[in-house]
Design a protein around this ligand. Structure first.
Ligand SMILES: NC(=O)CCC(=O)C(=O)O
Length: 264
């Protein structure tokens, strides 16, 4: 299976409209791979909080339209990263969109763990409540977004729902890059699953981004890693390695169920 992670430079000098066009063209150029992945909130920037309100769009808004078309033009599965979604009641969500190669919406996922503690995304956006998996011909993907990476129980939930490959769009800051790499490898090792984590490059809202999109195999080996700038990271991986790793080192079978802490 071949995947391209598009590590987009998200900066304040490019308008959202021109970035949409530019990204759609990049997606079209990926014809021939199986899966294309975009970062979190690449229209506005994950830390450009003022832009959330200004650029919020309905689920089937301009980004949806353009990405559905780009997926079908390229004939690829497209995890189109996330958009600031405004629902019909006016609430905002950080919502990921996954399109099939015919341009149909295969799934959407509202980010469950919002970043910012008592400001930013955590107060401006609502929290999702549902785990999302999508069956591709080669693998079952489990969807998570950026800050979700810090919450291993979410990934265990996705494994229980059948996930073999985690796809994680992000807008991770340079300041915590060491956490990004460490956590991507940890989620892969503990769940014996692939991790495809696609971040942004550049600086937006004064926050330098880490870049360093990464693909980790079920043994925790880094198959590919981007640099700091805009980059297309294309990687070939064998989805069957999830089953062989889980058979040959069956640690997931030793889970003691019932130890979960209650929800607050
Ligand atoms: N956009 C985010 O979710 C940022 C997460 C982050 O900066 C962190 O977990 O550290």
């Amino acid at each position: 299976m071949r995947a391209s992670l598009l590590q987009i430079d998200v900066n304040d000098s490019e308008s959202v409209a021109s970035r949409r066009l530019r990204v759609a063209a990049l997606v079209r150029e990926q014809a021939g791979v199986d899966l294309v992945v975009l970062p979190e909130l690449w229209t506005t920037g994950a830390f450009a909080y003022e832009g959330f309100e200004a650029e919020a769009e309905p689920l089937e808004g301009p980004t949806y339209e353009m990405m559905a078309k780009a997926a079908s033009d390229a004939g690829v599965w497209l995890h189109a990263g996330s958009i600031p979604e405004r629902d019909p009641e006016g609430a905002l969500y950080n919502t990921s969109l996954v399109f099939s190669p015919s341009g149909e919406l295969a799934a959407s996922y509202r980010k469950i763990h919002r970043f910012g503690f008592d400001k930013g995304e955590a107060v401006l956006m609502g929290a999702g409540a549902e785990l999302v998996t999508v069956r591709l011909p080669e693998t079952v993907i489990g969807v998570a977004t950026c800050y979700d990476l810090r919450f291993p129980e979410l990934f265990r939930g996705l494994v229980d729902a059948g996930a073999e490959t985690f796809v994680l769009p992000a807008g991770w800051p340079e300041r915590r890059r060491s956490h990004w790499t460490l956590l991507a490898q940890a989620r892969a090792v503990e769940n014996q699953a692939y991790v495809l984590a696609c971040g942004t490059a550049g600086t937006h809202a004064g926050v330098p981004q880490a870049g360093h999109s990464i693909v980790v195999d079920p043994w925790g080996e880094v198959l590919a890693e981007a640099g700091a700038g805009e980059e297309i990271l294309t990687v070939e991986f064998d989805p069957a390695k999830v089953a062989t790793t889980r058979e040959q080192f069956p640690a997931l079978k030793d889970r003691l169920l019932g130890l979960d802490t209650p929800r607050r």
